[in-house]
Write a protein that binds this ligand. Structure first.
Ligand code: SAH
Length: 230
């Protein structure tokens, strides 16, 4: 899979993909992340301007359509993109089903906004999808694109060593993950639940399923309403 990220702050995206699972995905050739500096597509070669004042006045700059159109034309001439995603607080709220769905695509563009966002005509004519990572406002789309890339990248087959482990994470099957424990068995008198020490995998699976349901009921009861099994 290939992800092209368009940004005015490429420095912000140096690092997040160089560790842990995303590094492994890239080392194994399963994921390619290419970060593009939008300023290189500015029509203004001297100041490399990519934003301008808002028509109608008001505080804050707006990202211009032309540099964005230019870079998208270049990218689209090189390969076909499944989605061109604008990161936006009023986009489709990112959740596990959306990450699952996007992990099945081959080529994605993520466009990071800044300032007051992009000229509305970019949204109307140039992007195919808009994604928000939550109901709060960030100063730019870079961290949101990094979150989306992480959520997608770890799902690519071959990235997690134990391929079933993504399936047992929270939100798959609309359930939260059960609690997990490691050594020591007794820390300050705080004990690991005895069932986990029995070696009886049937019993352990049963306990984990019960804990998942209980935790979901307590913390996110609305998820159970979406679950056809419940
Ligand atoms: N004025 C805009 C916010 C602009 S924030 C509004 O009120 O809707 C600047 C940029 O940060 C946006 O263009 C977007 O790319 C990014 N951004 C901010 N919050 C985000 C969120 N919750 N999810 C995804 N991207 C976000």
């Amino acid at each position: 899979m290939r992800i092209d990220i368009i940004t005015v702050l490429p420095g912000l995206l140096q690092g997040p993909f160089d560790h842990s699972m995303l590094k492994r995905a890239r080392d194994r050739g399963l994921l390619e992340v290419v970060v593009h500096d939008l300023r290189e597509y500015s029509t203004d070669t001297r100041h490399r301007q990519v934003d301008d004042y808002a028509y109608g006045g008001g505080a804050g700059m707006v990202m211009m359509i032309e540099p964005i159109d230019r870079i998208l034309k270049v990218l689209r001439s090189q390969r076909q993109y499944d989605e061109v995603i604008y990161m936006s607080p009023d986009g489709l709220l990112l959740n596990q089903p959306l990450a699952n769905r996007l992990s099945l695509t081959k080529n994605l563009v993520m466009l990071c906004g800044h300032y007051k966002g992009v000229d509305e005509r970019v949204r109307e004519h140039l992007v195919t999808m808009e994604v928000s990572i939550g109901d709060y406002v960030l100063s730019g789309g870079e961290l949101a694109a990094a979150v989306l890339t992480d959520a997608i990248g770890r799902l690519l087959p071959g990235v997690l060593n134990d391929e079933t482990s993504a399936l047992s994470d929270s939100f798959q099957d609309n359930l939260l993950a059960p609690p997990v424990y490691t050594r020591p068995v007794d820390y300050n008198g705080w004990l690991v639940p005895p069932v986990l020490l029995t070696g009886d995998h049937g019993k352990i699976d049963h306990w984990r399923m019960d804990q998942s349901r209980l935790r979901t009921q307590q913390r996110r009861p609305e998820l159970l309403q979406n679950n056809p099994d419940e």
